[in-house]
Design a protein around this ligand. Structure first.
Ligand code: ADP
Ligand code: MG
Length: 419
């Protein structure tokens, strides 16, 4: 018999027999037990349903936490892969977010700034009016502004930035955001564009002047020739006429290099072995040098393997000659001229080095500026013309130099693909 079995209705106190009393008590006991059991089972059921509910709530909560993590991760990923630096300050002005790009741009590590006041970290060297702190205090956004930032390593860079207040869905202010970009490259390009524009204008003017000068120069040379013919061989004035002819020759050279520099460059490229071009130009130049200077030693370091590149050999020869000439001119007291050719992954390079006077920072900076020369009879057009030719070959010209030690010019051009 189980507690659930229906029991006969109770008739307590209807008998005075002890056995009956016992029976009554027993029945009462039974009944009570049954009630307890029922209550217990009910409780158990309730407990079970509560547990299920709790589990559901737990799962729900877990899901919400996961969802929140997912959203947070997602937002952090967006922040980290953004091409701008992003930092967030809370209402106290402490930095609470600092994305990967912010670290890359400023050089500050998240551990150096997170949780610290903006003004004590990245803001130390900044004008407060140009920071997220200003926006936090005034509520005013700063849009597409520029400022300078002292990086963690002490270098100062130009920074483009915008700020705004950060609010939650209810519109409560949580802090302020600052988004920024390193403008170094942009500034460099702006300067380069400005330089190219100036050069273009200068080139135009120079070309006009050169043409204007050419004709009267031709006249002067002609008349000087006639004058020389009329003078007797021992006439002292012949020396003066000689000076005129010399001067005209020099002016003509200047005008020619000016025209070469300013004339639009048209390349006539075909696949040629760069090693051959360098070798032949050097051989040609060496004849001259060896005749005039016995204090210059020439070293060649050329590979046996051909390096085929798409080149205009005549123009390239011009570049090599310019560099060789500069190198020998830099070694007034003699020295070593080194010519090397080598290849890298996709490129071929030739290097022309000297052990001459070298260059200081100031000269290095102006090296590729038209008409910049430190020589009495220089034109200051050799290197700009060379650069123009190498640029047209989609190549690069680089220099390493140290005063009183020497200089190395490296010219790199792409190898032909089908090698
Ligand atoms: P130029 O030779 O007519 O002066 P370039 O454009 O060829 O013009 O050179 C510009 C200047 O660069 C030179 O006047 C010289 O000061 C410097 N320079 C170029 N090459 C060298 C070198 N190898 N060593 C030292 N200075 C150099
Ligand atoms: Mg020169």
């Amino acid at each position: 018999m189980t507690a659930k079995d229906p029991s006969p209705p109770l008739q307590l106190g209807t008998s005075s027999n002890p056995l009956d009393k016992f029976t009554d008590s027993y029945i009462l006991f039974q009944e009570t037990t049954r009630k307890y059991r029922e209550a217990y089972e009910q409780l158990e059921e309730q407990f079970e349903s509560l547990t299920i509910k709790l589990e559901d709530t737990n799962i729900d909560l877990q899901k919400r936490v996961e969802e929140r993590d997912r959203v947070t991760n997602y937002l952090n990923n967006i922040l980290d892969s953004m091409s701008g630096g992003v930092l967030v300050v809370d209402l106290n002005g402490d930095i609470t977010h600092f994305n990967q790009e912010a670290e890359d741009v400023t050089g500050f590590k998240p551990s150096d700034v997170l949780g610290y006041p903006y003004t004590d970290t990245i803001g130390v060297s900044q004008d407060r009016g140009l920071t997220a702190m200003y926006t936090l205090e005034s509520g005013e956004r700063l849009i597409n502004r520029e400022k300078e930032l002292k990086k963690a390593d002490g270098n100062v860079i130009p920074l483009g930035f915008s700020t705004s207040l950060l609010r939650d869905e209810q519109g409560t202010i949580l802090g302020a955001v600052e988004v920024f970009n390193d403008l170094t490259e942009v500034k460099r390009l702006e300067a380069e564009i400005q330089r190219v524009k100036t050069l273009a204008a200068l080139g135009e003017m120079a070309a006009t002047v050169a043409h204007e000068i050419r004709n009267p120069l031709g006249g002067i040379a002609g008349y000087a020739g006639m004058l020389e013919r009329d003078l007797k061989a021992d006439d002292p004035n012949r020396r003066l006429v000689g000076r005129i002819t010399e001067g005209v020759g020099r002016l003509n050279r200047i005008v020619s290099s000016l025209l070469t520099y300013t004339r639009p460059l048209r390349l006539n490229t075909h696949p040629v072995n760069l090693v051959d071009v360098v070798e032949e130009t050097l051989a040609f130049y060496a004849i001259d040098i060896e005749r005039q200077r016995d204090d210059i030693e020439i070293h060649r370091d050329l590979p046996a393997k051909p390096l085929i590149c798409d080149l205009d050999p005549e123009q390239l020869q011009q570049v090599i000659l310019n560099l060789l000439q500069n190198a020998t001119q830099a070694m007034a007291q003699g020295g070593k001229l080194t010519v090397k050719v080598y290849e890298t992954d996709k490129n071929a390079t030739f290097c022309i080095g000297d052990t001459g006077q070298g260059m200081n920072e100031e000269v290095l900076e102006k090296l590729f500026t038209p008409f910049f020369t430190t020589k009495e009879d220089g034109t200051g057009l050799g290197l700009v013309t060379s650069k123009k030719i190498i640029d047209a070959h989609v190549g690069e010209i680089n220099v390493e130099s140290e005063p009183n030690t020497g200089t190395q010019f490296f010219v790199t051009v792409p190898k032909k693909h089908t090698q």
